[in-house]
Design a protein. Structure first.
Length: 266
């Protein structure tokens, strides 16, 4: 039994995963007047709300300006993480009949859930890029070479999310409570992960706790590359690599162990 087997099978059926992700996106926006334009309109409206609220209603953090842009980038990436895992947990319940009637590899369904949410994020990134360019033109931020490292941070995060999606989706079939557990853990994780605040805001004596949070080094890396434009510390790269390995081994291993029973129980 190989923990990498689910990842290899998912990669082998990447064309089907793309098709399922495209179907999910089409179904989500079918019948709307704007269609796929909502993938740009939604993040743009979110950015405008943040910019308005933190300019006229709440005083932003003095050490993080423009805070609306800082928060927008973090929330976009967190939305990918949380939505991917919630959709993946439901993937076998939603696609159970299809899984039982075909010979499609079970890995395809949680992988397609992650791929669809990744597409949402990638389509929203131009809005973030335009906001960064506008802030740079006003002198609010000064983009640097570290921006080029964001794709690597995101790629590692995608692997972690995929491994976690395999783990949670497989367990959700025999254990129905997993859906509620994941939803509640994600709510808690949102506040203990540096999304609303910079990682540096955590007191030094509690920094060790961040190492127990699998998403913390990734969001610290997102902040460093997308907002502060500074090199990502070696400790964060080590944390990202370690949690990537854990997610692949644990997620792939659990999925492979339960794989044969998924079609029967879904």
């Amino acid at each position: 039994m190989s923990a990498l087997a689910p990842f290899r099978r998912a990669f082998a059926q990447r064309a089907l995963i793309r098709a399922l992700a495209r179907r999910e996106l089409s179904a989500r926006y079918r019948g709307g007047a704007l269609g796929f334009l909502w993938t740009f309109v939604n993040p743009l409206l979110l950015l405008l709300v943040y910019a308005t609220v933190f300019r006229f209603v709440f005083a932003p953090r003095a050490d993080v300006r423009p805070y609306a842009l800082f928060l927008f980038g973090g929330v976009l990436v967190w939305g990918f993480v949380s939505s991917s895992l919630l959709d993946a947990v439901e993937s076998f319940r939603v696609n159970g009949p299809l899984l039982r009637k075909t010979t499609v590899a079970p890995e395809v369904f949680p992988a397609a859930a992650v791929a669809a949410r990744l597409a949402h994020l990638l389509l929203a990134l131009p809005v973030l890029a335009a906001a960064l360019a506008w802030a740079a033109a006003r002198g609010s931020v000064r983009p640097g070479p570290s921006l080029a490292l964001f794709p690597l941070v995101l790629a590692l995060l995608v692997i972690v999310v995929l491994g976690t999606a395999f783990f949670c989706s497989a367990l959700a079939v025999p254990f129905g409570d997993v859906r509620d557990i994941v939803a509640n853990l994600l709510t808690l994780a949102f506040f203990v992960t540096p999304v609303l605040y910079p990682a540096d805001a955590i007191p030094e004596r509690w920094r060790w706790a961040l190492r127990l949070n699998p998403f913390a080094p990734f969001f610290a890396g997102v902040q460093d590359t997308l907002f502060f434009f500074r090199p990502v510390p070696a400790a964060d790269w080590i944390g990202m690599a370690a949690w990537t390995a854990v997610s692949v081994i644990l997620g792939g291993g659990v999925f492979e162990r339960l794989r044969d029973s998924l079609a029967e129980e879904a």
